[in-house]
Design a protein around this ligand. Structure first.
Ligand code: LMR
Length: 395
């Protein structure tokens, strides 16, 4: 049975972490995976998380099964974060939320759910998109297409092209949109552009699936989440996956959620029953710890305040690294214009480095994604000069 099975290709992102881990050079730098590191190069354990964990340890609760849809306090807190506490979809009980195994798990529950009820629909992802989007929707049984998004010449969004793509999609198509901090390009839509996208999605009967893995890393928690509420207000079906991997620095706890907006409370009840079937047949019910940590922080005013401050700190440090990156490259590689890195937003920069240049960087133990995506959140005051020197060398 197994003898003819071929070797699978290495994952385009996590495969880089594997290569990085195997590298014996103590000065190695990983700009591949989307993880925030502090200025000491460490993944932070947020103070709000530590305090919530102290409360949970004190409670010494038994580890029984959670409900299939997850911890009720978590699901409620997520809804309020994603849609805004006083939004109509919550008041009218039209939103349902299930706890998920990270943002990836949320996407997979959503994809499996859609495959059950819209098996013939086409899925559209941005060109380019997070590497796992295509694989994930294909593995759920969909045909996955690209819509126009990035313009390499301007390092921004080809907005007219994007609108044209949306206008050509068959009604009922599923459109995966990055709510903020576009991964991998760091090029986001403006508020006015989003309004146009929402109008086209609604008028053409498309099904928006918002992926929000970086809420709080662009302009703020409420600012970044506002687009979700605007989609919800437009009416029509809506799916939202979100993740606390980055915003709570809880990567390994796998804390995410899928929210689905229905047209009535009664419809929402039916949707939840079906989402529970998808969860039950995938992994039965979610793990306890991460969900409890997030629910505790979000529902305790002092901890929530602390979280907002800590998240703002991460957001500001990334911006500082963008500035430093641009300024230092200006000095080291004067013939090259990297000013666009300052305009990009979130954890990533689509640096424009070619696959060959990325390979040359790897020879110097600096790891980036083959597409040229670098994680700006992995730069710090100690490693940035090394990175800049290496990039100047390969340019
Ligand atoms: C990334 O894009 O690097 C992160 O979302 C981590 C992952 O799972 O790929």
């Amino acid at each position: 049975l197994f003898s003819a099975i071929e070797m699978a290709p290495r994952d385009p992102i996590l495969g880089i972490t594997e290569a990085f881990n195997a590298d014996q050079n103590p000065a190695k730098i990983n700009l591949g995976v989307g993880v925030y590191y502090d200025d000491n190069g460490k993944v932070p354990l947020l103070a709000c998380v530590r305090k919530a964990e102290a409360i949970l340890i004190e409670q010494a609760a038994p580890r029984t099964y959670l409900p299939i849809e997850g911890l009720a306090a978590y699901d409620k807190a997520v809804q309020e974060l994603v849609f805004g506490a006083d939004s109509a979809v919550i008041q009218e009980r039209r939103a349902v939320t299930v706890q998920a195994i990270g943002g990836t798990g949320a996407l997979k529950i959503g994809a499996d759910f859609l495959q059950r009820f819209a098996p013939g629909a086409q899925v559209y992802i941005s060109d380019p998109s997070w590497e796992n989007h295509r694989a994930l929707f294909e593995s759920a049984g969909f045909v996955v297409n690209n819509y126009t998004y990035y313009d390499a010449a301007t390092h921004g969004v080809n907005f007219e092209g994007m609108l044209a793509s949306l206008n050509n999609m068959p009604a009922g198509s599923i459109v995966v949109l990055h709510a903020c901090c576009h991964n991998p390009t760091g090029a986001d839509l403006t508020v006015a552009q989003w309004d146009q996208i929402i109008a086209v999605v609604t008028s053409r009967g498309l099904v928006p699936f918002l992926d929000m893995a970086y809420q709080g890393f662009a302009n703020g928690i409420a600012e970044d989440g506002a687009v979700v509420l605007r989609f919800a207000k437009a009416g029509g079906p809506l799916l939202v996956s979100n993740s606390f991997s980055k915003s709570f620095s809880l990567y390994g706890e796998r804390v995410g959620a899928l929210s689905v907006v229905a047209s009535s409370a009664e419809e929402a009840t039916r949707l939840l029953s079906q989402l529970k079937r998808v969860v039950r047949t995938n992994y039965s019910n979610p793990p306890v710890h991460g969900g409890k940590v997030v629910a505790t922080v979000l529902s305790t005013p002092e901890l929530r305040q602390l979280w907002e401050e800590e998240l703002a700190g991460m957001r500001v440090r990334i911006r500082e690294m963008r500035d430093a990156f641009v300024e230092k490259l200006k000095a080291k590689a004067p013939g090259h214009d990297f000013e666009f890195v300052r305009q990009q937003i979130g954890m990533f920069s689509y640096s424009g480095l070619t696959k060959e240049q990325v390979a040359s960087l790897r020879e110097q133990s600096i790891y980036a994604v083959d597409t040229g995506r670098i994680c700006v959140a992995a730069l710090n005051s100690r490693n940035i000069d090394i990175v800049i020197d290496a990039i100047a060398k390969v340019l």
